[in-house]
Design a protein around this ligand. Sequence first.
Ligand SMILES: Nc1ncnc2c1ncn2[C@@H]1O[C@H](COP(=O)(O)OP(=O)(O)O)[C@@H](O)[C@H]1O
Ligand SMILES: [Mg+2]
Length: 367
Amino acid sequence: MTATDTNDIIVLSDVTKTFGTFQALKGINATIREGEFFSLLGPSGCGKTTLLRMIAGFDEPTTGAIEIDDKPMAGISANKRPTNMVFQSYAIFPHLSVAENVGYGLKTRKMPKTEIAAEVDKALEMVDLRGLGNRSAHELSGGQRQRVALARALVMKPKVILLDEPLSALDKKLRDQMQVELRSLQQSLGITFILVTHDQEEALIMSDRIAVMFEGEIAQLDSPEGLYRRPRTKRVASFIGVMNFLSAKLTREDAETLTIQIDALGEITVPRDIAPEGLTPSEVDAIGIRPEMLTVLMDDTDTAERTVEGSITGTSYYGDMTYYEVKLPGDGDPVTISMRNTAGRSVLPAGSKVSVGWGAESIVLFE
Ligand SMILES: Nc1ncnc2c1ncn2[C@@H]1O[C@H](COP(=O)(O)OP(=O)(O)O)[C@@H](O)[C@H]1O
Ligand SMILES: [Mg+2]
């Protein structure tokens, strides 16, 4: 790949990394666009940190090439790259003041003291810590420390900010808040952010695009909506949210349509273009349908494009939502159905016989 599109800030071409005999990255191809919030998402050990460290310049690929801002990065050390890494908040120096922490990188660049002070003030302002420069770092809350870590990267004016699971040490409430803050800061600054996370919800909330990685390979690179609505493989579908899988097979095809026999739901004919790129229709062995795309029909006023009879085998009440496990015809596992608990909607107990509504447009094909 080459950076023909001037909006591409990073181009990864056939990047591999081998540790001894273990191949941690198996040929990564991707481009990251200028100004986007890009996430590397995948389970622990899939190679996210390895890839981020090579973009940062802490390590070199075994084979392949990394280009940043139209320049090949081979042999270019970390401090000469237009990137800066945000470490987890515990990596800040506790014995230094906030301002000393933030100005640390500029000091090593030998910038004059008065200029450092001005740049540090600007960076603290960006992360909402104005006036706290003289505080000792150990007096800060977890959220404030995370902001110092971010300011320490921003003050270096990088083109790309790299973040390796920056929020994983924070408790859930603070993490939710920081996700929103980081996203809005990134949007207002327009700097490219690359986030490493194993948390699919975090990646969905924050990112413009996400590369889902398994075992050293990118399984799918897409927008959050693309990954959720059009996952290419069962593995991606199960990693991003909950997906019900129902056995299915192709029974007919023509130029415009595919006819699929779904064990639990019967035969449907769908436009060919709902199939993901690269799918061979004759290889289809399952369809997927998300829990919110199925409806437990409560009374005659509830309608659906299609219905099927089922029985509830489990009910989990979450206040705003109820999750039902529902056995459909055939010998497949029960499906999960999520229902919003709007006014007047009752919660049905296990054992209830119900009609389940669904629509052909919400199914995903898998091979
Ligand atoms: N320096 C190293 N030496 C040997 N193996 C490594 C080294 N760094 C990472 N690995 C291995 O490479 C794989 C990917 O690691 P890593 O990139 O840290 O995964 P992730 O960040 O996705 O959890 C893991 O199996 C890890 O054990
Ligand atoms: Mg990691």
